[in-house]
Each structure stands twice: as C-alpha cells, then as structure tokens.
Design a protein around this ligand. Structure first.
Ligand SMILES: NC(=O)c1ccc[n+]([C@@H]2O[C@H](COP(=O)([O-])OP(=O)(O)OC[C@H]3O[C@@H](n4cnc5c(N)ncnc54)[C@H](OP(=O)(O)O)[C@@H]3O)[C@@H](O)[C@H]2O)c1
Length: 279
C-alpha cells in the first residue's frame, strides 16, 4: 500500500525537490499549492517521465483561512486517512504584507496558517499508518522572539524578525502538539533543512535583491536541502516533538518554555476561533 503524504508548497525549492524524490510507486502524493497552473505543469512533467507516480493536486493558500478550510474539506471528502503531513510551504517576506485575516504575512503563513491546517487535518492523520506531522522549520527559530503586547502577534515587523519569530512559534507549537496529542499516536517533528539555495531568498527589498544572488552561491544545493525531510519521511522517529537536521541528528533547543508555548497556543486558538473555527 502506498504511503499517503500531503506536501504543501511543492512548486519550488525544498517542496518541489521532495515531490520529485517521492514520485514513485511507494507514495500517493497530495499537493496543496497556491498556484494551480504552475503545479499542473510540474506534475505533468513528473508523470510524463514516471508512470508510477500518483499525484493529486489541490488549491491551498495558507494566507487565507477560507482556502485552508476548503482544502481541509476536500481532503476529508477524498481521503479516509493521511500518513504524513509535510508542512513545507513558507516564505521570508522582506516587505510589508498581510494575510487575508490581517496577520503579518510571514507569521501568518509559516506559523498561523500551518498550525490551522495541522489542527484541521489531525483527525485524518491520526487514522494513518505510522502517522507523522513534519514541520519544515529552521534554525532561525533559535533566534526568534514572541511578543503579545500591543497586538504585535498580528501587526509585527516583517523581515528576519518576523521570520525567526514565525519559526520559533512553529517549533514551540510542534513540541506543544507532540505533548498534548501524545495519546493520538502521531509523531510531530520539526526539521532544519540547512541553508539552501531556493527562491525563498529572492526578496523584493533593495537589500535582498542585492545580496540574495550572492548568498545563493554559498548555500546548500537542493539535493542536499531535501535530505533532512526525506530522512524523517523514511525513518519515523520513535519520540514525538524532536527538532532534526540532515540525517536525523537532533538540534538542541534550550528555549522551550512550557508556559510560553501554552500562552502562544491559547492566543493562536483565540485569533483562529474569532474566524469561526472550533477546536
Ligand atoms: N531555503 C532555506 O535556506 C531554508 C532554511 C530553513 C527553512 N526553510 C523552510 O523551508 C520551507 C520551504 O522553503 P524553500 O526554501 O523551498 O522556499 P521556496 O523555494 O520559496 O518555496 C516555498 C514554497 O512555499 C509556497 N508558498 C509560499 N507562500 C504560500 C502560501 N501562502 N500558501 C501556500 N504555499 C505557499 C511557494 O509557492 P509559490 O511557488 O506559489 O510561491 C513555494 O512552493 C519554508 O518553510 C522555509 O521557511 C528554508
């Protein structure tokens, strides 16, 4: 039986590399991507050269709660279970942008949208075989700070401050969910893929347009950048809540603070529930 895996953001970089690596008889791949035309072209190319690939395409924009809900509804309609949720989609926004619900874009997509998707799909993942949720996080999490003062959770600075905060929140939530849903049998993990030459570094600001192309030359190749994710997909950890790199080496995370994680999840649930979600 094929392993059913959802990959978000498979139109570029690590998501695309992971999709290509898994496009074989072992996997049934379900894509959640915001650009359907780009996704269809990619999938046509893959399936033309690999007849064993089984890939489904769904629209998913993590910057919109409506889109996340529609995606979740479609997946519930079409599948009885999911074995792996590979939360890869993410961005580094170096200019001021907001999600549909008014969150700063980086935090809104990398953390809030991804958290909401995970919560909506966790019942299906629980029914999977050796179920896993893998969050493509970043070592940037180790430099992240969260503030709930003056609505900063929603209206905050973009750039590295927002990126590191978004990945810190993603890491805290990975560990929180691992503890909270310990009895569900799902293994929650976060990974740092390394610093990889992908489109994430193609910013819009003057600085990123100038240093972005120079940086790319010193970064890991895509083949190297997908190793950490593929390793976990193929080797489910025995424990839930770990943070890994490359071949499953654990990254030390001293900043886990139970109190902070609980406040974060409480605040996140509050802002999500304001939009009609119940959990
Ligand atoms: N590259 C690195 O050095 C590095 C290091 C640590 C962690 N990461 C993490 O790795 C993940 C993948 O990044 P990457 O480096 O592969 O970047 P990338 O090449 O820019 O790919 C990002 C993917 O996410 C998708 N995406 C962005 N916003 C989205 C949204 N609102 N809804 C749905 N999909 C969305 C993009 O779709 P479009 O094609 O439509 O834009 C694309 O498929 C991210 O979570 C990133 O934070 C990357």
């Amino acid at each position: 039986m094929r392993t059913k895996i959802i990959i978000t953001g498979a139109t570029s970089g690590i998501g695309l590399g992971t999709l290509k690596a898994l496009a074989n008889a072992q996997y049934e791949i379900i894509l959640g991507c915001r650009n359907l035309q780009k996704t269809e072209t990619i999938v046509q190319e893959i399936t033309a050269s690999n007849k064993q690939a089984l890939i489904h395409i769904y629209h998913l924009d993590l910057a919109s709660f409506e889109s996340i809900r529609r995606f979740s509804d479609s997946i519930h309609r079409d599948f009885d279970s999911i074995d792996i949720l590979f939360n890869n989609a993410g961005l580094f926004s170096d200019t001021k942008k907001e999600t549909k619900q008014g969150f700063e874009m980086t935090v809104g997509v990398n953390y809030i949208g991804t958290y909401l998707l995970t919560m909506l799909l966790r019942d299906l993942v629980q029914k999977g075989i050796n179920p896993q949720v893998i969050n493509v996080c970043s070592r940037a999490a180790l430099f992240g700070h969260i503030s709930f003062k003056n609505g900063e959770f929603i209206k905050r600075k973009h750039g590295f401050l927002a990126y590191s905060a978004s990945k810190y929140m993603q890491l805290l939530s990975t560990i929180y969910l691992a503890k909270r849903y310990d009895d569900m049998g799902i293994v929650f993990s976060a990974i740092h893929p390394g610093d990889v030459a992908t489109n994430i570094w193609n910013g819009e600001s003057f600085i990123m347009r100038t240093i972005g192309p120079l940086m790319q030359k010193n970064l890991l190749t895509l083949d190297e950048g997908i190793i950490a994710g593929i390793h976990l997909i193929e080797n489910r950890p025995d424990v839930s809540g770990g943070f890994y790199q490359m071949h499953g080496e654990e990254i030390e995370f001293k900043k886990y603070d139970t109190n902070k994680a609980e406040v974060l999840i409480k605040k996140t649930n509050e802002v999500i529930q304001e939009h009609g979600f119940e959990f």
